[in-house]
Design a protein around this ligand. Structure first.
Ligand code: SF4
Length: 384
């Protein structure tokens, strides 16, 4: 029996026709992609878009995360990271501690330092500038990706300056880009219920617009798997798409899966593999103006990330030395987690994709120890 588009896509055939023609999907299409039981069809469509843009190429970066404090006055219900009674002990890294931590991984030839933290109202403006400077002093040439929009608003408040001025000062100190995060999902309802003390959607967009005006590249995320509905996810994606139409400033979108452990939402079941893969795939299909969709292996596991590379993702994030937001243990609440460069290559090659080491702006990095795929791999196109 022939494997025709009619058989594969069934009642999603009209959406497949749009994908095949490179047409923009509507809000209603997005909701149907979340509601259909036919995940295979959704993944196949996302893979068509992924391979059209990147073939089998799969990007990764050598990076280190520094979460400089877990003291926070925002009390988001989905967060297990901030210090609280019966939870993680409070910590605040001095600039010297940050310098030492950067030294720990000097030999790993990292190209990106990713820094975010809680909102600690006792930290002065100068601390944030020094935080960026110490990275540039210790590892010259490294890319500094730091501070969500929530932190940027706090930094501006501390300095009694506008958001634009705070961004300009941070750029002068060495800031190269803004990570995603800070808004979680662009929904007034979810904002009020889960993270009402943080900035709202319009404020988040205004930080994004200010960054764009200053030429500061940025990334986007979506936290899924808590109390949001399918409609709210699609609404989030459509708003990101509109903002990207306006600014052309986002490099990548990363769907982030919610981990309920040790949060106020512990009663909610963890997202399933279907939910993880579907969010990757629908993001790829809806965000026709985003070049890259990332699967963050540390949040959704290595096996799911391997599958995600066939469901729309073209980026597997990085070696990630130390990540403290989701898992905690030991000094500064830290449980060090990392994949080596060879681990990353193996993870990608095992699922027949081609590993490409990149910098933070997606320029390919070629070194003496450059990525050499162990065999020639070609994208597999299941449907002509
Ligand atoms: Fe604070 Fe960020 Fe956690 Fe919210 S998510 S409580 S802002 S550290």
């Amino acid at each position: 029996m022939a494997l025709t588009p009619e058989r594969i896509y069934g009642d999603l055939l009209d959406i497949y026709r749009k994908v095949d023609a490179g047409e923009r999907l509507s809000y209603e299409d997005g909701v149907r992609l979340y509601e259909t039981p036919n995940l295979t069809a959704v993944g196949q469509m996302a893979n068509i878009v992924r391979e059209r843009r990147h073939g089998a190429r799969t990007y990764f970066v050598r990076n280190q995360h520094i979460n400089y404090t877990n003291i926070c006055n925002k009390f988001c219900k989905f967060c297990s990271f901030y210090a609280k009674k019966g939870g993680p002990a409070p910590y605040q890294m001095s600039i010297e501690t940050v310098r030492e931590r950067l030294e720990w991984h000097r030999e790993a030839n990292l190209t990106e330092i990713h820094m975010v933290g809680g909102i600690n109202p006792r930290l002065p403006y100068q601390y944030y500038l020094d935080l960026v400077r110490v990275v540039k002093e210790t590892l010259p040439g490294v890319h500094v990706k730091a501070f969500t929009a929530v932190e940027i608003v706090e930094i501006a408040r501390q300095g009694k300056v506008t958001v634009e001025q705070a961004l300009a000062d941070l750029i002068e100190a060495g800031l190269d880009s803004l990570p995603g995060g800070g808004i979680e999902i662009l929904s007034d309802r979810v904002h009020a219920e889960l993270f009402g003390k943080k900035l709202n959607g319009e404020e988040w967009k205004n930080v994004a617009r200010a960054a764009s005006k200053l030429g500061l590249k940025q990334y986007a995320t979506m936290l899924y798997g808590h109390i949001e509905t399918h409609e709210e996810r699609v609404h989030h994606l459509v708003q990101l798409r509109e903002l990207q139409d306006e600014t052309q400033n986002f490099l990548t979108m990363t769907p982030l899966c919610f981990h309920p452990e040790a949060t106020e939402l512990e009663h909610i079941a963890k997202p399933t593999g279907d939910t993880d893969l579907r969010n990757i795939a629908v993001s790829r299909l809806m965000l026709d103006n985003f070049e890259h969709i990332k699967s963050f292996w540390i949040m959704n596991t290595v096996p799911v990330t391997q599958m995600a590379l066939w469901y729309g993702a073209d980026d597997a994030d990085g070696t990630v030395h130390e990540y403290e937001i989701t898992y905690r243990e030991g000094e500064f609440g830290n449980k060090s987690q990392a994949l080596t460069r060879d681990n990353m290559i193996k993870m990608i090659e095992e699922v027949h994709r081609i590993p490409v080491e990149r910098d933070s702006l997606y320029n390919e990095i070629v070194r003496d120890e450059a990525v050499k795929p162990s065999r020639t791999l070609k994208p597999i196109q299941l449907i002509g």
